[in-house]
Design a protein around this ligand. Structure first.
Ligand SMILES: Cc1ncc(COP(=O)(O)O)c(C=O)c1O
Length: 405
């Protein structure tokens, strides 16, 4: 039976979400959708309790072993990255980033270079989309303040060696900020192991939350200057923003329904992990999530390998990014010779009901380096955990049909 749509755009946002995310958000919002931490009544206390629990769950998920109050909620990854970068970097500082970044890193650093006398180095990558950690090491100067990179490219799917990069940053005393948008919820992220000082995340991609919620996990030895100040519901008599976390970086009312969605998704990861662990011992939230992630990664990589093998075998189709079994997530960019990417995207949607994203994917330098600007970017396939063989078959058939004209 045909589906209404074949959704392969999970790098933009995951869809569908686990059922429990929808039901929990609805129930929680109806029952406790009030301002948390501002009042002493039972509903406000319950909203606050859920938020604190979510901070703890996410601290475990990212292996932040320090204070869980340092899990701070924002609107999305763009908000988190702006908060981290503008709150850490000062005029005269040097920042290292790469040509693989999303505009949520490229634009803040470009603005700092233009307006705040910040020195920015963009590290080149190789033909498959990998950074050489040695290039990052060589770029460090006496005034380098921050290294900020994405864990996986949202165009090519290449995954960087963050353990090596984190070690280099730690040894040099440079703050390592990670953009986890394309890997959180797919790969095991461990702030301790990878020496990540500030983990930035968005809720609506692999973490299976809704839009409008994101966050950052701030390592215990790092302090970020607040960019926004205002009401926190605590210390109201103090004329300035409280220094302590999370309030230092959380001014104004947070998205209670969004956090309830993230909370439900965290528990969904844990339940999935439990299904894949045979031992009867009691596991921590993190251990359960790591087991779930290994299962999710396996499934997603198997999806993307099927697509890559099929597209690689087609004449007139260019496949970009990682080759063979090099580290990758389930994001794959292709083009059909002679056709602009947006036209292929429209044909896939209109004629084959396949949802993909075509364009520059907010990562312009990737296309400059691939030579895909003129073709208006690439057609990006990103099957998620809930994709099935029908989605893949439909996508492959759609591309073949367009190629054969
Ligand atoms: C690598 C990367 N960084 C940052 C972002 C920005 O995420 P958000 O739109 O949730 O702020 C995205 C979203 O596509 C992304 O893929």
């Amino acid at each position: 039976m045909m589906k209404d749509q074949y959704y392969l755009d999970n790098a933009a946002t995951t869809w569908p979400k686990p059922e429990t995310v929808y039901t929990t958000m609805d129930q929680f919002f109806r029952q406790y959708g009030v301002n948390p931490g501002r009042a002493g009544h039972e509903m406000a206390v319950e909203a606050e309790r859920m938020i604190t629990e979510t901070r703890r769950l996410l601290a475990g998920f990212f292996n932040h072993t320090g204070d869980p109050h340092r899990v701070v909620f924002t609107q999305n990854a763009t908000d988190s990255l702006n908060t981290a970068l503008f709150g850490l970097i000062n005029p005269g500082d040097h920042v290292i980033t790469s040509r693989l970044e999303h505009n949520s890193v490229t634009r803040p650093t470009n603005h700092m270079a233009r307006d705040l006398n910040v020195d920015v180095t963009q590290i080149q990558r190789d033909g498959e989309g990998y950074l050489d950690p040695e290039d990052i090491k060589k770029a460090i100067k006496s005034n380098t303040k921050v290294i900020v990179i994405n864990h996986a490219s949202n165009v090519l799917g290449s995954v960087q060696d963050i353990d090596a990069i984190g070690k280099i940053a730690r040894e040099a005393g440079v703050t390592f900020v990670l953009d986890s948008c394309q890997t959180a919820g797919v790969l095991d992220l461990d702030m301790e192991r990878s020496c990540v000082d500030v983990m930035t995340f968005t809720g609506h991609k692999g973490l299976f939350g809704p839009m409008g919620i994101g966050g950052l996990v701030v390592g215990d030895n790092i302090d970020i200057r607040p960019a926004r100040v205002g009401g926190t519901g605590v210390d109201s008599i103090t004329p300035y923003q409280p220094d302590g976390y999370p309030y230092r970086l959380e001014a104004g009312t947070v998205s209670v329904p969004g956090i309830a969605g993230l909370n439900a998704a965290q528990k969904w990861f844990a339940a999935l992990g439990k299904e894949h662990l045979t031992d009867s011992k009691t596991f921590s939230h993190r251990e359960l999530c790591v087991a779930a992630l290994s299962h999710i990664e396996q499934k997603e990589v198997s999806h993307i390998n099927k697509l890559a093998n099929a597209f690689n075998a087609m004449d007139n189709v260019s496949v970009y990014g990682p080759k063979d079994n090099h580290p990758r997530v389930a994001t794959l960019s292709v083009n059909i010779d002679g056709l602009p990417a947006d036209q292929v995207g429209t044909m896939l949607d209109a004629d084959h009901y396949v949802c993909v994203r075509a364009g520059l994917h907010c990562a312009p330098w990737v296309h400059e380096d691939e030579g895909t600007v003129e073709q208006k970017g690439t057609v990006r396939f990103s099957p998620g955990y809930f994709a099935d063989d029908d989605d893949l078959t439909q996508a492959i058939g759609g591309i073949l049909d367009i190629v054969e004209g």
